[in-house]
Design a protein around this ligand. Structure first.
Ligand SMILES: C[S@@+](CC[C@H](N)C(=O)[O-])C[C@H]1O[C@@H](n2cnc3c(N)ncnc32)[C@H](O)[C@@H]1O
Length: 399
């Protein structure tokens, strides 16, 4: 097994990343701009939030930094990170210091419903899992977790394995919730020979970026959510406050298990069984994988079609945007828009995303850049409406 890979949710971004498509599109004031998020660079430097002296190991610049109260009393974080030199602060350490220095106005971490609409139960064949105790509406943010352990993705390769293990041991044992963290699931085939912190990180952590660098991040409550190939919820990480929110993909009924997808979205049953076994070490028993053969075959056919159309659309966009011949470019982009429209229809049929807004907007941009601005705008309007509807749905609920 390897850390969870949440970076490829189709649910969180359109299949084609066309926000910054070159060409006339980005000059149309109507269309979304390509500006990235506002920078934090002007914030005043914080006083140190660290409650422990750094624990550094090996000849590397890697250290364990722990704060016992970054998010509040006894709600802390341990970070394993290193800069390129001894004095340089690494992205996760800097981000944590900014969280400590930020005031309530700049840091508005989303609230979660109280009491929580879920509980942890034993799930046959899957160990523990999370089950809804009240109805959770589509679009509702029903859990907000904060990073407990953050570790540079590459630190194990950059030091002696004994040093790496010692650092993970320190990161866990210094953490104020160490006892709880150490009860999380382990999935190693041979847990006797693999220390608990290492195994727990492998089984439960997400791969996410902070300041453009990849980290394995452990969220202690989200760690209890099992995987499903057609999940009922999705997670969204916010690197400015280290929060990971869980949002309902569709209405979740009381007694229903809550699930997220560990692997890339849209894989066929064979592809995902292979990935889940090799990366996470388990045979998936989710409802889609155990559904009647005819249903599974139909789902696989749609997913194969989506993958093929996606590849085709990307190729056509590349050809269209790189051609110097205006007529050829237009033709390629027009064809790309047609292919993408067929993809959108199939994504809809397979119920692969929580709302079609992002896809409609991507299609709108593509249709516009292919020459039909009016039709493009119409798709963009539909996309916006769809997205707003999804977000509104969750707010109407009284949890
Ligand atoms: C992040 S943990 C999820 C919570 C875990 N079941 C527990 O008891 O704490 C991941 C582990 O849960 C189990 N698991 C998760 N999703 C599963 C699925 N769809 N089918 C079978 N086992 C699953 C596997 O053992 C996997 O290594």
């Amino acid at each position: 097994g390897r850390p969870q890979d949440s970076g490829e949710y189709i649910g969180q971004k359109p299949l084609l990343q066309m926000d910054c498509l070159p060409g006339p599109l980005t000059h149309d004031a109507y269309l979304p701009s390509c500006l990235s998020m506002t920078s934090n660079a002007n914030r005043t430097t914080p006083s140190s939030p660290w409650t422990h002296a750094p624990y550094c190991a090996g000849a590397s610049h890697y250290c364990v930094h722990t704060s016992n109260d970054l998010y509040g009393p006894d709600r802390g974080v341990s970070i394993i990170d290193g800069g390129t030199s001894k004095d340089e602060k690494s992205p996760a350490v800097l981000a944590a210091e900014r969280i400590a220095a930020a005031d309530a106005a700049t840091l508005t971490v989303r609230k979660e419903p109280a009491p929580p609409p879920w509980e942890v139960r034993n799930i046959p064949g899957k160990g523990k899992g999370m089950v809804a105790t009240r109805k959770i509406l589509r679009g509702q943010v029903f859990m907000v977790d904060r990073a407990a352990v953050v570790a540079d993705m590459n630190f194990p390769q950059r030091m002696e394995s004994a040093d790496g293990r010692a650092m993970l041991h320190e990161a866990f044992h210094r953490h104020p919730a160490a006892e709880q963290l150490l009860t999380l699931a382990r999935s190693s085939l041979d847990p006797e020979n693999v220390p608990a912190p290492e195994d727990i990180m492998r089984t439960n952590s997400f791969t996410l970026e902070i300041g453009g660098k990849s980290y394995m991040i452990l969220f202690p409550r989200i760690a209890r959510i099992n995987h499903a190939c057609r999940p009922s919820a999705l997670t969204r990480f916010n690197e400015t406050d280290f929060s990971n929110t869980v949002t309902a993909f569709h209405d979740i009924l009381p007694g229903e298990e809550i699930s997220i997808s560990y692997s890339s979205f849209g894989l066929t049953s064979e592809q995902r069984q292979k990935t889940l076994l090799s990366k996470w070490g388990f045979d998936c028993t989710c409802s889609l994988c155990t559904s009647p053969p005819a249903e599974l075959t139909a789902s696989d056919a749609r997913r194969t079609k989506i993958q093929q159309l996606g590849g085709k659309a990307i190729k056509l966009v590349e050809q269209g945007t790189s051609s110097n011949d205006k007529e050829v470019a237009k033709k390629k982009l027009r064809r790309a828009a047609e292919v993408y429209a067929e993809l959108v229809e199939t994504v809809e049929e397979e119920a692969l995303v929580p709302h079609m807004g992002d896809h409609y907007e991507a299609l709108g941009r593509l249709v516009a850049v292919a020459g039909d601005l009016e039709k493009g705008k119409e798709w963009l309007r539909r996309g916006k409406q769809e997205r707003e509807e999804y977000e509104k749905a969750g707010k109407e609920d009284e949890l």
